[in-house]
Design a binder for this molecule. Structure first.
Ligand SMILES: *Cc1c(COP(=O)(O)O)cnc(C)c1O
Length: 382
């Protein structure tokens, strides 16, 4: 069986987790801090706040930016539902920006047009969540420029993109955003089992993220309303959550981070092999923007026929135990979002892309033989 994605956990990764299990700390402790510092150093942000999932990271990002009920939040329909749900948790009004048919990321031209119209109507968004689909960064300099012009906050959903680069920055540096979110789910680039992190450069935002991660409880006397009543004393000063990461997870993450570069190199090599081996087949291969170096979380191809051909190809590959996947069912077509009033034909580029796309197997432990089997099967079936 060849999956579309899977984690690569080494003996070394296992050993560091076992070491934590025998230590004094199992929940958030010193290893979480070390993991946060290591990720921040790796991507060039001043700090990171580790949390229990990428979804929790997105939710905290929305809360830290002060998003409130009724605020407009825009994102890409070509993403996992969490990219939009995080704003719904804050009772924000979610809307979508259709995708660019070449990069499959949100179209900056469509964003600009919608901002222009929204300004006329007096309903500009409070935040845009830019999703780096498949590991390729959005055009962040342009999105950041628009945020300065129209006054909205920018969150990068980089769940697919740790290890990727945009121009002369690493994804996660927050050079062109307020906050960047990573996911460490096992199908992503590095894993902590469940886990995520929010990266930031602003000390005020980092403080809020840390506060909200743990119930909104402050232990620093400077943040408290009443004088310190003793060493036991704490105050809940906001409504937070238990979104903490455990030291076991952070140990796995630290060990995986040592392997990030090798993982991404392997993914890029596999992508270049697919690029060559699929030439001549009736498939649209993923296009790379010259400003971006993708971390290749996914290698999506589009069939040139319609959804019927995609289904046949998907079934034929699964029949041969090649477990390809489809990314993504456009978020606005989900029944929950339809119940909020979205029409199934509201974002035609995302819908047309969805009808034709299949993500081929892509993971660092994929062998050359596994990849050759996928390529041979595609040649045979097509
Ligand atoms: C995986 C993913 C998430 C959610 O991450 P979890 O760690 O599974 O909560 C959010 N956005 C995108 C684009 C993702 O791929």
């Amino acid at each position: 069986m060849i999956p579309y994605a899977r984690q690569d956990v080494s003996d070394e990764d296992v050993a560091v987790v076992v070491e934590v299990l025998r230590s004094d700390w199992l929940t958030q402790g010193p290893v979480v801090g070390r993991f946060e510092q290591a990720v921040a150093a790796n991507c060039g942000a001043s700090a990171g706040v580790a949390v229990s999932s990428g979804t929790a990271a997105l939710h905290l990002a929305c809360r830290a930016l002060g998003l409130e009920p009724g605020d407009g939040v825009w994102t890409s329909p070509n993403s996992f539902v969490a990219s939009a749900n995080c704003a719904r948790y804050c009772d924000c009004d979610v809307d979508f920006i259709d995708i660019d048919p070449k990069t499959y990321n949100l179209s900056v031209a469509a964003l600009e047009e919608k901002l222009y119209r929204s300004e006329q109507q007096g309903n500009l968004p409070k935040a845009v969540i830019a999703v780096h689909f498949a590991g390729q960064s959005c055009d962040m300099e342009q999105i950041w420029g628009l945020s300065q012009k129209y006054g909205f906050k920018v969150i990068e959903d980089a769940s697919h993109a740790i290890g990727g680069r945009y121009r002369d920055t690493a994804v996660g540096s927050c050079r062109y955003s307020d906050l960047t979110v990573f996911s460490f789910h096992p199908v992503k680039i590095i894993t902590t089992a469940e886990g995520g992190m929010v990266m930031a450069n602003d000390e005020g935002l980092l403080e809020r993220l840390r506060l909200l991660r743990s119930h909104g409880i402050a232990r620093d006397p400077a943040a408290m309303a009443s004088p310190d009543e003793g060493a036991w004393y704490y105050e809940q000063i906001d409504l937070g959550y238990n979104y903490r990461m455990s030291d076991m997870q952070a140990a796995l993450g630290l060990s995986q981070l040592n392997r990030l570069e090798a993982f991404v190199q392997r993914r890029r090599f596999l992508a270049s092999q697919y690029d060559q081996a699929l030439e001549g087949l009736p498939l649209v291969r993923p296009w790379q923007h010259p400003d971006c170096q993708s971390s290749y979380h996914l290698y999506p191809v589009q069939v040139v026929g319609g959804s019927k051909q995609r289904r046949e190809l998907y079934d034929a590959l699964h029949h041969r135990d090649i477990r390809v996947q489809v990314h993504y069912i456009p978020i606005h077509t989900q029944p929950y979002y339809r119940s909020l009033g979205f029409a199934c034909d509201a974002f035609p580029e995302a819908e047309s892309y969805y009808a034709r796309t299949i993500s081929l197997p892509m993971y660092p432990a994929m062998t050359d033989e596994d990849q050759a089997a996928v390529v041979d099967t595609l040649h045979e079936v097509l």
